[in-house]
Design a protein around this ligand. Structure first.
Ligand SMILES: NC(=O)c1ccc[n+]([C@@H]2O[C@H](COP(=O)([O-])OP(=O)(O)OC[C@H]3O[C@@H](n4cnc5c(N)ncnc54)[C@H](O)[C@@H]3O)[C@@H](O)[C@H]2O)c1
Ligand SMILES: O=C(O)[C@H](O)COP(=O)(O)O
Length: 387
């Protein structure tokens, strides 16, 4: 029986993919579970036990998971790329229009008319204060052309916006999906200087923290509207406040408000709802559960953020999976050890990613604990598992 601890509320659809006969999936398990399924719960303080082999992030961002620590311990971290992208895209487009048309302020004002005489007439008299521009013909700058950024760019083109995208790491696969109407900026400055709206769709990591700060704000058009449905730390708060107070930034729409922002009149605060739709939650849960099950049962790794991709078909033979450092002669030492115990390798795979590598051996016969212990003792071997 495999144990998988849920660290957040996850769509119950996971039970369809992790059947109860083989998987104990619950939020009440101990922290030495073999797997964890998580959304945004902060895992940085967790000390993972030797038993833990995988963490699945049912979502895109993995900045809540200590990736380096997991890699050192041979724990495979998965995410679910693209599974919630449509949910975010729809909210970004909706929020952009809501901000441009002053809808939040207008909603609040309309409620103040409750109980007054002649509401219809008061509405007509007061509506002028909320006039806001249409987005058609305006320029949207999309920073990060990944699963979400591309969908936002394409949807914005479809409603008549000019779109400028910036992503120096754009993958070839992704590039195929970008509408021909998206102009690709070679430099961030070009986007900052031309955009009426700027939307962020990049991960938060050591390189992107404070991605928008004073130098970037200073290059933007006066009255720009910024949308942040990526992560709060991408925008330097003190610089943002200066830019809002000077009128440079007309509105900041964020899915990641902090205490200071809640009372600022230019901030439209949303409580991290980008992926909170039944559809996105289900898509993420299904993908996370399938990836976890595949890894538990066959050793296949897809959509990992810290380990190489390795797709191995199910097999009737004994399978040994080894996560190890990507060093010279690791495979030689492993196969020599297997040969020393008189075992024949029927098939094998070896994949690497940066400093880390993954070897999968199909053996003709059972492997003893002594033999796996000897493989585990090879310098550079991190985790050995027999399936
Ligand atoms: N609000 C929400 O509920 C919600 C939901 C999903 C994702 N997110 C956030 O949005 C982020 C993006 O999600 P995604 O699914 O599009 O991820 P993704 O991995 O598909 O796309 C990220 C893109 O950012 C690009 N990028 C990385 N560094 C960059 C840089 N310095 N400059 C420009 N581009 C850069 C990458 O090349 C990639 O194309 C996630 O990391 C997560 O933090 C938020
Ligand atoms: O990175 C993500 O996928 C989003 O921020 C969604 O987070 P959530 O699963 O906690 O809603």
């Amino acid at each position: 029986m495999h144990t998988i601890k849920k660290l957040n509320k996850i769509s119950p659809v996971i039970y369809d993919y992790l059947p109860k006969e083989n998987y104990n999936v619950s939020s009440h398990l101990e922290d030495d579970s073999e797997g964890f399924i998580v959304r945004s719960a902060d895992c940085h303080g967790m000390d993972f036990s030797e038993n833990t082999i995988a963490i699945a992030r049912a979502g895109a961002g993995t900045n809540n998971i200590p990736i380096d620590k997991c890699t050192e311990k041979g724990i495979v971290v998965f995410n679910t790329p693209g599974a919630n992208a449509n949910g975010v895209k729809e909210l970004v487009i909706g929020a952009m229009i809501a901000a441009s048309r002053n809808l939040p302020e207008a909603y609040d004002w309309a409620k103040t008319l409750k109980g007054q005489d002649g509401v219809a007439a008061l509405v007509e008299k007061g509506k002028g204060q909320f006039v806001g521009g249409e987005v058609k013909g305006k320029t949207l700058g999309v920073i990060g052309l990944g699963a979400i950024g591309i969908m936002v760019a394409n949807a914005a083109s479809a409603i008549g916006m000019n779109v400028i995208g910036y992503d120096p790491f754009l993958s070839v696969d992704r590039a195929w999906s970008i509408s021909m109407y998206t102009h690709k900026a070679e430099k961030l400055d070009e986007l900052l200087e031309k955009a009426d709206f700027i939307t962020l769709h990049i991960p938060q990591n050591d390189k992107t923290k404070g991605f928008l700060s004073t130098p970037e704000f200073s290059k933007m058009k006066d009255g720009v509207i910024i949308l942040n449905f990526a992560r709060g730390g991408l925008v330097k708060t003190t610089s943002l406040f200066d830019a809002m107070d000077s009128g440079k930034v007309k509105k900041y729409v964020t899915d990641f408000p902090d205490d200071d922002m809640l009372c600022h009149p230019n901030v439209l605060a949303i409580p991290h709802l980008g992926a909170s739709t039944p559809e996105s939650e289900e898509n993420c849960a299904v993908m996370a559960a399938k990836q976890m099950r595949d890894f538990f049962e066959t050793g296949t790794i897809v959509n990992s953020v810290n380990m190489p991709e390795c797709i191995v078909p199910p097999s009737d033979t004994v399978r040994v999976t080894i996560i190890h450092k990507n060093l010279t002669n690791m495979v030689g030492q492993i196969t020599n050890t297997v040969a020393k115990y008189g075992l024949n390798i029927a098939d094998m795979a070896n994949k690497s990613r940066g400093d880390i590598a993954y070897t999968v051996l199909n053996l003709d016969h059972e492997i003893s604990q002594e033999a796996t212990g000897e493989i585990a003792a090879i310098e550079g071997v991190i985790k050995v598992r027999v399936i």
